[in-house]
Design a protein around this ligand. Structure first.
Ligand code: PLP
Length: 399
């Protein structure tokens, strides 16, 4: 009998322990693993036989989680890593080497931009930041040495939604792998592999763990590519996820469906409140009919997520005053936690992007990104309302 996603998130690939019957998973912290003989050791090292040879290449607790994430994303295999950036850099470095070119969606997470802008060129990798909302731009950006296309949808922080299937079709025709950062959606709301992507990356620090107490990343793809990433990249760079954090994610993951439904509902209400408020200039949320990719979002995503970005009338000063006036929402870099978190991309998450580039990416100095939490929506909105009153009051005093 097949289960629906909410049930699969809880039960799939998790069995009670055969010896003790315990329902929750145990943690295996071991780094070293003993073999009965040298032949067995050699077979495990070569991958001919299933097993763990050394903690930097994998771990039994992490393996349970990797299997689960692979099946939730509809992939053959998965690799657990120490952070979202470990997953992103490993995925990119697997496909790219000296002399190669990569096409990257225009508004990406600041850490990804920083890696591609400052580190990748040191390895001789050329990057084209491209507006991928129009697939013809992707086609035009392809060069003879293009070895990967990397997109993030919805994007951080402008919530731009890209047509994964359309871009995947172009990539397939040109034999170029498509990598998709699915962090903002989680496997509950969107599955890029089903839409034709080759590799999915996640910052599990966000919605997958969901409690703000673990840094982790995942890469999902076919068996061969994950094997290569595990041995040649993650192993050599020492980017493995540890057993303790994997245990916390296995626990956090069980409530992902409930959490994501609530994040989506709360964010929709916050976005609607903001778009009706006279103190607000623009609201970016794929669940609003005013969003440029509203219909695409409805087709490609099973929910519009928990992040709302917006601009307050009055620019940077007004934005800062609003953020500083919030009493429930906390000023913080992260997202996807139970708590509502708010931040100023131009000076926080996306500060590594030079101002002239930031503007091209739509990240104005007045932009605010809110990760709408799991609190009661009325409380989040009341907090916004009182902060907006302060901003409007300040404007009246000044004028
Ligand atoms: C969309 C996206 N991808 C990747 C990352 C990087 O994740 P981590 O902080 O786990 O390295 C972030 C972090 O905010 C993000 O927002």
């Amino acid at each position: 009998m097949s289960w629906k996603i909410g049930t699969r998130i809880i039960h799939e690939d998790l069995q009670p322990d055969p010896q003790t019957g315990m329902v929750t998973q145990s943690i295996t912290p071991a780094v070293a693993y003993a073999f009965p003989d040298t032949d067995t050791a050699a077979k495990v090292v070569s991958g001919e036989k299933e097993g763990t040879c050394y903690g930097r290449y994998g771990n039994p607790t992490v393996k349970i989680l990797e299997k689960k994430i692979a099946s939730l994303e509809g992939g053959e295999d998965c690799l657990g890593l120490a952070s979202g950036m470990a997953a992103i850099s490993t995925a990119l470095l697997t496909f790219l080497q000296n002399g190669d070119h990569v096409i990257v969606t225009k508004d990406v997470y600041g850490g990804t931009y920083s890696f591609l802008d400052s580190l990748a060129p040191r390895f001789g990798i050329e990057v084209s930041f491209t507006d991928c909302t129009n697939v013809h731009n992707v086609v035009d950006a392809i060069k003879q040495n293009t070895k990967a296309v990397y997109i993030e949808t919805p994007s951080n922080p402008r919530l731009t939604v890209l047509d994964i299937k359309e871009i995947a079709d172009v990539c397939r025709n040109h034999n170029i792998p498509l990598i998709v950062d699915n962090t903002f959606m989680s496997p509950y709301l969107q599955n890029p592999l089903e839409l034709g992507a080759d590799v999915v990356v996640h910052s599990a620090t966000k919605y997958i763990n969901g409690h703000g107490d673990v840094l982790a990343g995942f890469i999902i793809g076919n068996e061969n590519i994950i094997k290569t990433m595990r041995k040649k990249f993650m192993g050599n760079l020492g980017q493995n996820l540890n057993a303790w954090d994997a245990f916390l994610i296995i626990r956090g993951l069980k409530t992902m469906a409930l959490r994501m439904d609530r994040h989506c509902n709360n964010a929709q209400k916050v976005a609607e409140f903001l778009s009706a408020h006279p103190g607000i200039e623009n609201v970016y949320y794929p669940g609003l009919a005013s969003h440029p990719q509203y219909h695409l979002a409805g087709k490609q995503m099973r929910g519009t997520g928990g992040i709302v970005s917006f601009e307050v009338k009055g620019g940077t000063e007004a934005a800062k005053l609003l953020i500083n006036s919030l009493t429930l929402a906390m000023i913080s870099f992260s997202l996807g936690d139970p708590e509502t978190l708010v931040q100023h991309p131009a000076t926080m998450t996306h500060a590594s992007i030079p101002p002239e580039e930031r503007i091209k990416f739509g990240i104005t100095d007045g932009l605010i990104r809110m990760s709408v939490g799991l609190e009661e929506s009325d409380d989040i909105i009341n907090d916004m309302e009182q902060a907006l009153e302060k901003v409007i009051g300040e404007r009246v005093v000044k004028s």
